[in-house]
Design a binder for this molecule. Sequence first.
Ligand code: 5AD
Length: 317
Amino acid sequence: MKKSEIVAALNEKDFSHFYEKADLIRYREKGDYVFIRAIIEFSNYCSRRCAYCGINADNKNISRYRMTASEITDTAEAAVKAGYKTIVLQSGENHKEDKKELGRIIRAIKKNQVAVTLSIGELSYNDLSYFKECGADRYLLKHETSDTDLYRSLHPDGNFEERIKCLRNIKKLGFEAGGGFMVGLPGQTIESIADDLLLLKELQCDMAGIGPFIPHPDTPLSESGSGSTELSKRAMAIARILLPKANLTVTTALGILDPKERDSAFHCGANVIMKKITPDEYKEDYCIYPARFDRTDIIKDRREIERIVVQTGRRPI
Ligand code: 5AD
């Protein structure tokens, strides 16, 4: 699809034809399986001040934590026992992070024959390469927005070119690369969402997460409105059409705004869902956006997600 076609599609009054097409492609490429991934938010230390993010360095209303190595590996092991095949390790971007220790954690988790995904921000080529050697399989780094002016205004500590360079390095090193962006950022246009989608294609992302922006009270964007769940689903459907083989995640943000939208997203091209398994004592301090925090029971929660997946007519894996 060309940019003008994507813009026209996103603006369409009746989008059902695109949803059907995305769902057919999803079925052809992925069957009825839905991958359920476990995410451990192992640290909320962050040196960046991204204007939308609740764990940005300026937010003094949260306690900062870092799980110990054994807390992380024990949590991962419990997830493996519950049936998860992928462990996602996510944290704020913290360049004081002990690389060697994280390397040992990755090696320990890999002994369980599961995939390890990292989502720890922008890293140098050398650091990425080190974690690849340690056994990390995949890396998530959303580009957030392809509108370079908007990118600059939201990210006082980063720049768009560096982020894209990092994504290209992730690809080059042989990680499965996960990209994505937010929908409904203040000032974002439909045209720039079309560019976001084309960028995912240009980067040949293996995975993508596209979800609505949700304002967090302790950020500079606290007064902004939430992104549209409908537009987020439309963008996801176009991503499925552009990248037929990609693994597309139903973002948690979509489910927070509306659980029904989360479930319907499985019919708009999505084939992946993530479940937080961060221990209760930490999870409230990992609030990227406001959310309800239920108590974690790794086995019960996995069964509940499996039930939801089955209810949408699909097969959990
Ligand atoms: N609303 C929605 N998504 C957000 N993220 C960060 N802050 C918000 C927010 N307020 C997303 C970003 C980031 C991912 C970990 O969470 O896309 O890459």
